[in-house]
Ligand binder design. Structure first.
Ligand code: UT7
Length: 321
């Protein structure tokens, strides 16, 4: 016995930063961003806090699932950037929605949602839980160097939540990590401790985009292939792929490598950019609410990110009876 997805819900900030507006802030243009990434706009937290967004996503998912906060046995939040270092963002969500269950955060950067699913799976297998809430959210706009055109055009804020219940709809899941603090890293900022001996660095995202790109295309293809094989299925059995929304070129190249028709890949990177761990569940929620996921559909999800981490899984969609 593992889990089934009972409901999904998203939350994104109101403010939309278009490529045109970004072009007035840094030396870039809509043509470059669109052709290199597929991104047209992203949502940025101006008025909202990460707590408001995570709580909104949680409430939307609970409502969609028909589950009350009192029924939750566990809350996992995947984030790199909770409101505070401690308490965990999951504990803050627990308080705000009125739940009483254990709660903790996981940090696997953009792969965080799939890592959280794998952790939740363990709780279901051990029969410790009947309902689990996973909220995946980052507000990367806080730690982007808005003068670095190579990175600031790529990311946005927002994310989503899922509610899991008992079931047999997780068909296969696979996580990987290759320790690498060179190609993608966000350091802590300054520190006033007289004992702090690390070099002073700005707390902004540093990335070697080309290296992440190559890693990503390979990770998406091998990750999805692996879970399909583990489930005893073939590429033809996959009805929908929900990929990490980092770059449309990564998605297109992965579709080609996998031999899965590109039309089966759900994409919303044009509207949100890369929302880190929020990316896969945000796409899952939009596909769900657009009525694109049918009862019994086989869905592949895959993400990659700092670590370097990857997560891939194959689920059967329960849908509504
Ligand atoms: O969740 C994981 C997060 N990370 C990723 O997913 C990143 C994966 N990597 C990528 O998506 C791509 O590597 C990027 C979109 C980051 C970059 O695309 P690229 O095709 O690899 O471009 P590049 O870095 O090779 O840069 C090509 C040119 C350079 O100019 P020169 O040296 O050829 O004259 C850059 O300076 O484009 C220039 N450039 C830009 N020009 C206009 C870089 N950023 C910009 C920009 N606007 N925003």
């Amino acid at each position: 016995m593992s889990f089934t997805v009972l409901g999904t819900g998203k939350a994104v900030p109101k403010y939309v930063l278009t490529n045109e507006e970004l072009s007035t802030m840094v030396e870039t243009n809509d043509e470059w961003i669109t052709t290199r990434t597929g991104i047209k706009e992203r949502h940025i937290c101006k008025d909202e806090t990460i707590t408001e967004l995570t709580v909104q996503a949680a409430k939307n998912a609970l409502e969609n699932a028909g589950v009350t906060p009192e029924q939750l046995d566990l809350i996992i939040c995947s984030t790199m950037l909770g409101e505070d270092i401690t308490p965990s963002q999951a504990c803050v969500i627990q308080k705000e929605i009125g739940a009483t269950c254990p709660a903790f955060d996981v940090n696997a950067a953009c792969s965080g949602f799939i890592y959280a699913l794998d952790v939740a799976d363990g709780y279901f297998v051990r029969k410790k839980v009947k309902h689990v809430l996973i909220v995946s959210m980052d507000n990367l706009s806080n730690i982007i160097d808005w003068q670095d055109r190579a990175t600031c055009v790529l990311f946005g804020d927002g994310g989503a939540a899922v509610v899991l219940g008992e079931g047999d709809d997780l068909l296969a899941i696979n996580l990987t990590a290759v320790g690498n603090d060179r190609v993608l890293r966000i350091p802590h900022g300054t520190n006033s401790s007289p004992f702090y001996r690390h070099p002073e660095e700005k707390a902004v995202l540093h990335m070697a985009g080309n290296e992440v790109y190559k890693f990503a295309v390979n990770a998406m293809s091998t990750g999805i292939k692996k879970v399909i094989a583990e489930a005893g299925l073939t590429e033809d059995d996959v009805d929908c792929v929900i990929p990490h929304q980092a770059n449309i070129r990564i998605i297109n190249a992965s579709a080609k490598n996998l031999g899965i028709p590109r039309e089966k890949f759900f994409c919303n990177v044009n509207h949100y950019g890369n929302t880190s761990s929020g990316s896969v569940p945000l796409a899952l929620d939009e596909a769900n609410r657009a009525g694109l996921l049918k009862k019994g559909d086989i869905i592949a999800m895959c993400a990659f990110g700092a670590g370097l981490t990857t997560g891939s899984c194959l689920i059967r969609w329960k849908g509504k009876d």
